[in-house]
Design a protein around this ligand. Structure first.
Ligand SMILES: *Cc1c(COP(=O)(O)O)cnc(C)c1O
Length: 375
């Protein structure tokens, strides 16, 4: 009996375990010195001036939209082919998520479609680097020059556009450290930015909106205990235990990305000749969080179930957000509204891809897929 192969999985080694144990014996447990070290590691890696850690990627998106100035009645342009959180974070703020279709070539937000959706209320455009393919951040900026560009880079840590790491181009870029993502902290997220004002707003937002910085206080300092709440914030802090894990994982990020690219290349080679299989779009800077193939939609379910039966943990990314009942009801959206995202979803299957996977696992997946396509 061969073992179950998941579609994604973390890779925790002894150094990671030792880093967490050491943090547990320290003085902090919650947000302490490991947070700053982890933030510095990520901002240094991507080439951004600031990084602000959050308790998960969704909270980081919420913080980024808030820092961008999104308030009730504003609009945030997002692609439908993403995890619900990209749109949900706008709804949290009372804003309207405005969907714009994807490019069939990149599977990311099509800047021309985004341009058609821009209004006076557009505060943010949030392209998603789907599967790790670098989204068209520059195109989005041209499409909406007055909006803040927040890249949902949850799939794309370690990827590049040309010579620049993902995280250095958008006004803010959001990462997630969920176990299936490139590096993990269990749950965790981060926003990176070059803008000091955004960074200060993000720090306030993650900790109740309370500041102890005398320069930011609005009333006279009443003593060493004194702190002021100057904005509405949340408890969105990451713990030091998690940050210690993240910092340790960051040391292997380049190796993780290299391994993902190698495995994706093996899939490309093995599946390239197959009729009726559309491979994921290629890009030199692709970070390969996922390896999404597209099949004839009439056969997707049967092939998906066949792969699962063979112990291959495939997944589908994603039911387009506008088709979730909540979004249909609340925003009057329906099937047919975003045909390209719907077509991409209709035949999509994400094949297993994670750094600890063996080359031989790719062969196993390819053989099973070939057999099912033939049957
Ligand atoms: C994982 C993910 C998120 C949310 O991250 P969490 O850490 O799970 O909250 C947001 N957007 C995309 C595209 C993701 O893949």
């Amino acid at each position: 009996m061969t073992s179950y192969l998941p579609y994604g999985h973390q890779w925790i080694d002894d150094d990671d375990v030792a880093a967490v144990v050491s943090a547990m014996k320290g003085d902090w447990l919650t947000q302490g010195p490991a947070i700053e070290a982890f933030e510095a590691a990520v901002s240094g890696y991507v080439g951004a001036a600031h990084a602000v850690a959050f308790c998960n990627g969704t909270a980081a998106l919420h913080g980024a939209y808030h820092a961008a100035g999104v308030v009730a009645g504003d609009e945030v342009i997002v692609p439908p082919l993403t995890f619900a959180a990209t749109a949900n974070a706008a709804v949290y703020l009372g804003a309207r998520p405005v969907f714009a279709d994807i490019s069939p070539e990149t599977l990311c937000l099509d800047a021309a479609c985004a341009a058609e959706k821009v209004t006076e209320r557009t505060k943010v455009v949030a392209p998603v680097s789907y599967a790790g393919f670098p989204a068209d951040v520059e195109g989005c900026r041209r499409a909406a020059p007055d909006a803040v560009i927040v890249e949902d880079g949850c799939h794309a840590l370690g990827g590049e556009r040309g010579s620049r790491k993902i995280g250095s181009e958008a006004d803010m870029t959001v990462f997630s450290f969920h176990p299936v993502k490139h590096v993990t902290t269990g749950e965790g997220g981060m926003v990176v930015t070059d803008d000091g004002t955004f960074a200060r707003k993000l720090r306030l937002f993650r900790s109740h909106g309370i500041t102890k910085d005398p320069d930011r206080m609005e009333r006279p300092d009443e003593g060493p205990w004194y702190g002021e709440m100057i904005d509405l914030g949340y408890n969105y802090r990451l713990t030091d235990l998690q940050a210690a894990l993240g910092l340790s994982q960051m040391r292997r990020l380049d190796a993780f990305v290299a391994r993902r690219r190698h495995l994706a290349h093996l899939y490309d080679e093995a599946l390239g000749g197959l009729e009726r299989v559309t491979l994921p779009p290629r890009h030199k800077g692709h970070a390969y969080h996922l390896y999404p193939v597209r099949l004839p939609s009439s056969r997707r379910r049967e092939i998906f179930e066949g792969l699962r039966k063979a112990g291959i943990g495939v997944q589908v990314h994603y039911l387009p957000v506008h088709l979730h009942p909540y979004y249909r009801r609340r925003f009057g959206l329906a099937e047919g509204d975003f045909p390209r995202a719907e077509a991409a979803y209709g035949g999509e299957i994400s094949l297993p891809l994670f750094p600890a996977m063996a080359d031989g696992d790719v062969d196993r997946v390819v053989e099973a897929l070939r057999a099912l396509l033939k049957s």
